[in-house]
Design a protein around this ligand. Structure first.
Ligand code: 13P
Ligand code: SF4
Length: 363
């Protein structure tokens, strides 16, 4: 189902007072009991987040889905996360995404046709070198299937370095998509020299590279990016350090390399949460990730100072589409035995994508 097919849920939902919507969601949740599992990503807005049975980063939520026996899994995240949940759950389980417009712009930057074309061009240019494909979990099920069929693996922001190490053990080169920055930061952390990392620019012949550069490269990065994390700049780190010499800077690895290099720490959303939670009272943090998570950390730790690294609101506007009214609309329909906004990956794609996901879960 396309992410553009969201139907109008109507004024009865969109104009109802928020208190009423929240009370009705709570009642529906009680009615469904353990037949329903609500999963919320850390970037979810508070009004929706409060209904989560489990919260997590994309890896943790994929595991939660895989371990659940609930009949209905309502995924309050973005489209690729719901697809992964569908792939990892049984045929008798139903995964729903409250608003189909909750896509991930980064995932949309690598279509199967583009990647397949690039794969062929790369093979021709590198004269039969073994290339291992690695896709960030922020990608469509079709891309995961492409990777699964070619012996590659999925990775997330919490295991990208481990998956890259695994891939280096299996081939001469790694083709990493769709996030240039997670790939570059992970390759750098593993000590891969800069001259062995090249960028594949979508739409250009040979990705804009010479044959010699592709033959020399160990890591080929797709030029996808996260519109939220690209808003953090090296200048923000410098400003914070001048303003507050005690501040600790922590960022998500989807940020540019110069930001990650200047930060004290970097890691997945789970890792950021843990680092702030484990720090002593009185700690000062500037956090380079999505604003809903930063605001939540600020509220959860009144004994610490937690701010956004950027002075601007870095909001994941697609994740933000999962408003309580949409969650209620999905639950009301389920109560009438109507499965609206079901995310269902076709069996052939799911089998191949699962191979790539399972490789990651085993690594
Ligand atoms: P996490 O894997 O850290 O949850 O990141 C997912 C994501 O979309 C970050 O932008
Ligand atoms: Fe995609 Fe960025 Fe939103 Fe994460 S924060 S879901 S990568 S757009």
């Amino acid at each position: 189902m396309s992410v553009n097919e969201q139907v109008d849920i109507g004024a009865a939902y969109l104009e109802a007072p928020e208190e009423e919507i929240l009370a009705r969601i709570a009642a529906r949740k009680a009615e469904f009991g353990d037949r329903l599992l609500v999963l919320c990503h850390h970037y979810q807005q508070e009004a929706t987040f409060r209904f989560a049975d489990h919260t997590g980063d994309s890896l943790k939520l994929a595991r939660n889905a895989a371990q659940s026996s609930a009949r209905y899994i309502v995924f309050c995240g973005v489209h690729f996360m719901a697809e992964s949940a569908d792939i990892l759950t049984g045929d008798d389980q139903v995964v729903l995404l409250p608003d189909l417009r909750a896509g991930c712009p980064m995932a949309d930057m690598a279509t199967e046709a583009e990647v397949a074309w690039a794969w062929q061009e790369l093979a021709a240019a590198t004269g039969g070198a073994t290339v291992v494909p690695v896709t960030y979990v922020n990608s469509s099920a079709r891309i995961k299937a492409f990777v699964g069929a070619r012996g590659g693996s999925v990775c997330t922001s919490s295991n990208a370095e481990r998956v890259l190490t695994w891939a280096f053990g299996r081939g001469e080169k790694v083709f990493f998509f769709p996030d240039e920055h997670l790939g570059r930061n992970s390759a750098h952390a593993l000590g891969v020299p800069d001259e062995e990392v090249v960028l594949w620019q979508r739409g250009l012949p040979m990705g804009g590279n010479t044959e010699a550069a592709l033959r020399r490269a160990r890591v080929i990065l797709w030029n996808g990016y996260c519109t939220v994390h690209m808003q953090f700049a090296a200048g923000h780190v410098e400003q914070w350090r001048q303003q507050d010499p005690t501040v600790r800077i922590i960022v998500h690895p989807e940020c540019r390399r110069e930001v990650v290099d200047l930060a004290d720490r970097y890691g997945s959303t789970e890792m950021i949460i843990k680092a702030v939670a484990d720090s002593p009272p009185g700690s000062h943090w500037a956090v380079g990730t999505e604003i809903n998570l930063v605001n939540r950390l600020h509220l959860l730790h009144p004994d610490k100072e937690v701010h956004s690294l950027s002075p601007f609101q870095c909001l994941c506007s697609t994740m933000y589409r999962i408003k309580p009214a949409y969650l209620l609309w999905v639950l009301d329909n389920l109560a009438r035995e109507r499965e609206v906004n079901r995310i269902s990956v076709d069996p052939e794609t799911a089998t191949l994508a699962k191979q790539a996901l399972d490789r990651m879960l085993e690594i």
